[in-house]
Write a protein that binds this ligand. Sequence first.
Ligand code: ATR
Length: 270
Amino acid sequence: TDRYAVIGHPISHSKSPLIHKMFAEQTGQDISYEAIEAPLDGFAATIERLRAEGYKGCNVTVPFKFEAYRLVSSQQRARIEAELAKAVNTLSFLDDSQIFGDNTDGIGLVQDIQQNLKVVLSGKRVLLMGAGGAAYGVALPLLNAEAKLVVANRTEDKAFELASRFNADRITGCGYEALSGQQFDVVINATSSGLSDELPPLPPGIFAPGALAYDMMYGRETPFMRFAREQGAAQVADGLGMLVEQAAEAFYIWCGVRPDTVPVLAALRG
Ligand code: ATR
């Protein structure tokens, strides 16, 4: 049995053990996967312990994704998505005692939008709200899917900074006021506004006909999701599909097998 885990603080609410258990059963992989709470000042020590005990890898969640990146970046062992985000959500413990870091959040988001929600991103006008870690984590896969990306942030400068990091003409940054009169086919909430039950200051009329509104949070209806319904967005989604898809990508990195996410997402939605 190959052992894996998810590490966070807090971690008791995590759905990842259940998701990976379903993946393992479905694909016949002999793995175990548990949730481990690391002390806030004990992430590196926890990783060291797991490696010593022979674990093969782990997922990393709040608040350790940046520390996980720093752990692997010194060895220059991070995939480009993780490098740009400066955040890692998937660690692989390699045989040569090296640790490899991936960030599968963005691939998970793109996969959920295109495969599950059936919205093709190529050529679409996509608004990404937020310029923190969550937004950095998903920008590159959105660009790779050939979306035309506008990043809006309350603190405008951080949106400019994010956009300039990618050095592509399909990504621009702005503040929320600049969105007046514009319409988007996909609007993604990568801000932490939902945690405090707030709504980013979006102007009315932001949703193009047929638009998808996507909140990367899951677990409850956020003010953004409510706003999107009121404003007539054709589809409103939470981040549960992204959670399952980022897990599937991690599972693939570790086991080399792609699980079918459809029944897993259906089971989680109950
Ligand atoms: P995370 O890692 O979840 O992205 P973060 O790095 O603290 O967390 O970033 C939080 C993001 O949510 C920021 O882009 C923040 O905007 P500012 O940079 O202007 O602070 C955004 N955010 C938080 N609350 C918000 C709100 N009520 N309206 C709009 N944006 C909000």
